[in-house]
Design a protein around this ligand. Structure first.
Ligand code: G3H
Ligand code: 13P
Ligand code: ZN
Length: 340
């Protein structure tokens, strides 16, 4: 099946009461690991690429690997999403390349570091919504800022989302999905203790969902940073400064209150690192790159299998027929938003 829009995946998830994981990718093994897990669990899935990923793999390599994934697994609905677009130009280039969904992260300026004003965020996000919806592509916006810095992305400061502002933001921009800041950060170090309501503000999600029941909420920085995986990395000679991640129970609570997209990058990275380090440790005479490559693929798949079950997306791949970008274009033009 062709690449599907994220709007349809999230609408279906809302109707079915589950969440869809959005896994970050940079290379072939990550894409294959995700798709193998999606096939085995029969899950629809979002595959997302940051600007850093596009630069690392190269736009055409990345896009064509994703086309190969869709061709190899014709029964699995897959959306290809631009993660943390820093400008309309980045989103435009993703759309021209063939991405079916883009994030305009106007919570930060083009340097992906300096917080942007509410008005500037509205203006830059609206510009992307107009451009993307004109060709049927889904748009995610962000209000509030996450903590942490990854590959130069992030202000380092947490600024929680104001639910009243979220209402105005969605109204004025017309985004399909809204990323919210509830205290999480990107990377392996999110919390210094098991998070409770003081440091992970799940009630913000509940408030936003009450105000905007038809807007799909996105949780960024949602890796759980599994302690056993971190231990495996360390036992195999690695060093990783890891704290506590987002508990699966918190993600599940979010899903009960309108969270439909759950961003997971770090957990995949950690599992790949553990599996590859163990491979090199246990098979020191292996100098065939396929050995560590297979370990990487298995690491990514291991995490995806778990999350697909935990988020409830497993078993939903065959629930619906994909709408084309042309059909989505017509629907947006007619003012129809939901696909269900
Ligand atoms: O937004 C953060 C994601 O984890 C992507 O990270 O920019 O290092 O590819 P990256
Ligand atoms: P993690 O670092 O928690 O995996 O978050 C990933 C993310 O939010 C990508 O946009
Ligand atoms: Zn993010």
């Amino acid at each position: 099946m062709p690449l599907v829009t994220m709007r349809q995946l999230l609408d279906e998830a809302a109707a079915g009461g589950y969440g869809v994981a959005a896994f970050n990718v940079n290379n072939l093994e990550q894409i294959q690991g995700i798709m193998e897990a999606a096939q085995e669990t029969q899950s629809p899935v979002i595959v997302q690429a940051s600007r850093g990923a596009r630069k690392y793999a190269g736009d055409h390599f990345l896009y064509h690997m994703m086309l190969a994934a869709a061709e190899t697994y014709p029964d699995i609905p897959v959306a290809l999403h631009q993660d943390h677009g820093n400008s309309p130009q980045t989103c435009k280039s993703a759309i021209e390349l063939g991405f079916t969904s883009v994030m305009m992260d106007g919570s930060l300026g083009e340097d992906a570091k300096t917080p942007l004003s509410f008005e500037d965020n509205v203006s830059v996000t609206k510009e992307v919504v107009d451009m993307a919806h004109a060709v049927g592509v889904t748009v995610e916006g962000e209000l509030g800022t996450l903590g942490g810095m990854e590959d130069g992305v992030g202000s380092g400061e947490i600024c929680l989302t104001d639910p009243a502002q979220a209402e105005e933001f969605v109204e004025r921009t017309g985004v399909d999905a809204l990323a919210v800041a509830i205290g999480t950060s990107h990377g392996a170090y999110k919390f210094s203790r098991e998070p409770d309501g003081d440091i992970l503000a799940m009630e913000i999600i509940e408030d936003i969902h009450r105000r905007l029941p038809d807007t799909h909420i996105v949780m960024h920085g949602s890796s759980s940073v599994p302690a056993d995986i971190v231990e495996r990395v360390k036992a195999a000679g690695g060093e990783v400064d890891a704290g506590f991640g987002v508990p699966i129970s918190a993600i599940q609570r979010g899903i009960e209150h309108g969270v439909r997209k759950v961003n997971i990058d770090t957990d995949g990275r950690l599992a790949i690192t553990a599996f590859m380090r163990e491979h090199f440790r246990d098979e020191p005479d292996d100098w065939d790159p396929r050995g560590p490559g297979k370990a990487a693929r298995a690491g990514q798949k291991f995490i995806c299998m778990q999350r697909m079950q935990e988020l409830g997306m497993a078993g939903h791949a065959g629930d619906y027929e994909p709408l084309s970008l042309a059909q989505m274009t017509e629907r947006y033009a007619a003012g129809v938003r939901s696909t269900v």
